[in-house]
Design a protein around this ligand. Structure first.
Ligand SMILES: Cc1cc2nc3c(=O)[nH]c(=O)nc-3n(C[C@H](O)[C@H](O)[C@H](O)COP(=O)(O)OP(=O)(O)OC[C@H]3O[C@@H](n4cnc5c(N)ncnc54)[C@H](O)[C@@H]3O)c2cc1C
Length: 500
């Protein structure tokens, strides 16, 4: 049966776009089906990118596109304590303030350059899978066949439901209205906390001055109001918003002309399996949670970078299908921790006196340096440690973007990852590594590095003599006497050796 694409992705949100770009870079024939007619996004949703996501964009050579439009800022906070990461050992020790519509626009431009087809204005309505592929039904009656289907179609994922993948978790305990609109009167700008929860009003346009958000003097506002009770699942109206503002601020400031009104909750759920046969899930389709800490978009983009090269290798037949199981094994625990952190965030926001005492206790803890560094590394995705067995501290952790020296001159580690190909980085005196059977897949780079090896939260680690770096920037093997097995690692991650 003919294939319309090797991989079909449902949804051109941040996760679907990032995944499409990763697959296209690896030479996979990939297409997206997106129900929106254009990339335009109603409302602002996510407010930015965290340090590790920026690093991942840097690994592909496209971080500058985002940095040129966003504003670096220390926005992280937990339990009322600012989590400043400006002392972290990364080239990007900050978050980037950039609304989701801009993030999507820039990602869509990148996907376009990589010549990915996007079937816009059509929904995936169902699918059936067999031993060789997936038949995907679209809302216009068309059917497309692909070898794999990835549901990047958001929290209400049609793909997840049609695949029969369970979505266990917790029902909402709180809800908030969020909107962009005009106000006839001057509002109280900034955040406000009361017995009901957190509320806030800010201008959509803002600047960062001396590390602080400074709102524009005029223009549309972004309003967030916690509701007295968990709201219904129906779409909220201007009247709902006006009443909620009056109940918190005593006035609705003459709110009018909304361009977007929505409701979010602390519903917390995670897909029980990230893969069922030839169907996979990523991003909000696989996990939903309260937006505090701004981790949803970031977790989805990082899911995509974990899945992309693995799925590409399976499609290209360099690796067996079992490589896809490592996607669930590695990413499910990461999102489970995000879910825990956001639940803790909501719980700490409760206004009874015992919770207030707990909040103060946690805040005291986070003001100490070691807890601050450890917890901030979690929040910004810099401490992710995939369980690749015992060994050097780098194993399963992100490879730092070191300034190397090679025979051809200076070179950053992240530059080596631009093409999303694995790298064996030899920092020893002589190579002695024979990777000829993998030379079609793995780049061998000889270089020197005299600086300190420092990891976020962990601090300095012993300098290795060689590292095998996966296309997602995580270390798959470390070359030192106690860590043998390079050939095994190459086979596990990048497929069996080519026949001589
Ligand atoms: C108020 C709010 C604030 C937030 N703040 C942050 C933040 O600061 N930082 C952060 O990281 N995250 C934040 N988030 C979360 C963030 O917006 C999401 O995690 C992110 O959008 C998830 O990306 P995604 O691509 O997985 O899913 P989505 O962005 O939901 O994209 C899914 C895409 O699939 C399309 N689609 C859906 N169904 C179908 C179908 N059947 N067929 C074809 N296409 C389909 C949709 O049109 C959409 O384009 C916030 C969310 C909210 C609501």
């Amino acid at each position: 049966m003919t294939m319309d694409a090797d991989v079909l992705i449902a949804g051109a949100g941040p996760t679907g776009l990032m995944l499409a770009s990763e697959l296209a870079l690896a030479g996979v024939d990939v297409a997206i089906v997106e129900r929106r007619e254009s990339q335009a996004l109603a409302g602002s949703r996510a407010g930015g990118l965290h340090s590790r996501s920026i690093e991942m964009l840097d690994q592909r050579g496209i971080a500058d596109r985002f940095l040129a439009e966003g504003r670096p800022v220390q926005v992280g906070q937990f339990s009322g304590v600012a989590l400043d990461i400006s002392d972290f050992p990364t080239r990007h020790p900050y978050s980037l303030g950039l609304w989701q519509n801009h993030i999507e626009r820039i990602l869509a431009g990148w996907v376009d350059e990589l010549r990915v087809t996007i079937h816009r204005g059509r929904k995936v309505t169902g699918f059936s899978q067999d031993d060789t592929g997936v038949d995907v039904e679209l809302s216009d009656g068309q059917r497309l066949r692909a070898r794999y289907l990835v549901g990047c179609d958001g929290g209400r994922s049609r793909i997840r439901k049609a695949a029969g993948i369970e979505f266990p978790g917790w029902d909402p305990t709180t809800s908030s209205l969020i909107a962009e609109a005009e106000l006839a009167e001057e509002p109280e700008l900034g955040m406000r906390q009361d017995a009901r929860g957190i509320h806030g009003i800010g201008r959509v346009e803002y600047e960062i001055r001396d590390g602080k958000v400074v709102f524009a003097d005029s223009g549309p506002v972004r309003v967030m109001v916690t509701e007295a009770q968990v709201g219904p699942s129906s779409e909220p109206t201007l009247r709902d918003l006006s009443e909620a503002l009056v109940s918190v601020y005593g006035t609705d400031y003459g709110i009018h002309s909304p361009t977007w009104i929505s409701r979010f909750t602390d519903m917390t759920r995670q897909a029980a399996a990230y893969r069922k046969g030839r169907v996979l899930l990523a991003g909000d389709a696989a996990h939903v949670h309260y937006p505090a800490g701004g981790q949803g978009l970031n977790t989805g983009v990082q899911d995509a970078v974990n899945l992309g090269w693995k799925l590409a290798q399976v499609v290209n037949r360099t690796s067996p299908e079992s490589l896809l199981d490592t996607y669930h094994a590695e990413r499910h625990p990461v999102a489970a921790r995000v879910l825990r952190t956001t639940m803790a965030h909501v719980a700490l926001g409760r206004q009874d006196e015992r919770t207030a005492a707990l909040r103060v206790t946690i805040a005291e803890l986070l003001r100490s340096d070691e807890p601050r560094r450890r917890f901030a590394a979690v929040m910004f995705g810099l401490d992710i440690h995939y369980d690749l067995g015992a060994g050097h501290q780098l194993l399963g952790r992100r490879m730092p973007d070191l300034d190397l020296v090679t025979a051809d001159g200076p070179l950053r580690v992240f530059t080596l990852l631009h093409k999303a190909r694995p790298v064996l980085l030899n920092l020893g005196v002589s190579s002695g590594f024979d990777i000829a059977p993998w030379a079609d897949r793995v780049q061998l780079v000889n270089a020197t590095y005299d600086g300190v090896w420092e990891l976020p939260a962990l601090g300095a680690v012993t300098a290795p003599t060689a590292v095998l770096i996966r296309p997602d920037g995580y270390v798959a093997w470390v070359g030192e006497p106690t860590q043998p097995g390079l050939a095994d690692a190459l086979t596990t991650w990048f497929g069996p050796p080519a026949a001589a």
